[in-house]
Design a protein around this ligand. Sequence first.
Ligand SMILES: [Zn+2]
Length: 352
Amino acid sequence: MLYNWTAPIFKTFVQARHAGRLPQALCIAGDEALGSYELALECARFYLCQKPLEQGVCGECADCRCFGEDLNPDLLLLLGCSAADCEKGADFSHSPSDLRPAELGERSYPVRIDSVRKMGHWLSEAPQVGHSKVVIISQAHAMQEGAANALLKTFEEPPAYALIILVTRSFEALLPTLLSRAFKLQIPPCSLENALSYLKVNRQDELALHKAALALALAGGAPLRAKEYLLSGTCDLVENLVNKFAEACATQQYEQVCYALAKLTEAEQLLVLRELVLELLKYKAGVEIAALPMLTEVRGQALGRMKAEALFEVQELLTEYQRSYTLTQRAPLATLYTLVERFYRGYPVGNR
Ligand SMILES: [Zn+2]
């Protein structure tokens, strides 16, 4: 599937293929929530198509039909998984629909060295359906040194019919020796106009526009994640949470804030707190409240008295918590209470 903002990038790939300028490796960099996985699948489909048209696939050849049936033996998805799942064969798939980015905060595994070696063997066998074979390597940024070095061997002498696609969050996360052999596609940030059109927001509907702005802020501007936040009700929980934060300025009822925070996942908690602190710092620096989706007039007035030094401290604390969430199992409410209490330490006592 292509989106408004990935379609021009796909076109670059198509043109390179037609012009014979395509090496046997492709590297796609960008946030998963900007559609990097969907773009990788479109590129794979086009590469495998036996009668490619000027703009894209023919839709009729045996390879195209295989895609329609969600099973193409000449397409291999190399997925990250645990050692146990790897032994069960969960690292290999020929079904395009298995290529899904990890959910936010979900534990994800890098592609393993054994999988890369198996892939090399698979690639050495001739295509079954048509004339080409494609491998898509997911989460390439997370690959460890051993796996990356094993991949380099395949990169050095790939069979003439093969295309290897690496999907990564950034080019910098890959070995330069891998990158130098690949055709590179970077997904740029999505414009607000494209994002709102994807989220089907009517610009006249102020409430919908505000919700979309909040979802996009939480999603770092990535429309696919913003849509998830809107559908899952995360945005409503966040609205409620920020109200509680503003109310607690006067009441000092930190428990209410903690309970509202506890309704979010750990990853969401960090995300929301980071964004809130960032917006408050922007507010203090004079940014218009209309450009800060978490703050309204009321919340801005209440929370805006927070001292900037305290906000910077909370930012540092959040970085620490991010580490501890993955390292230790702490009692969530106690952790949250400490964090919230620290947040209000920056509130001027006289104005309470
Ligand atoms: Zn075709």
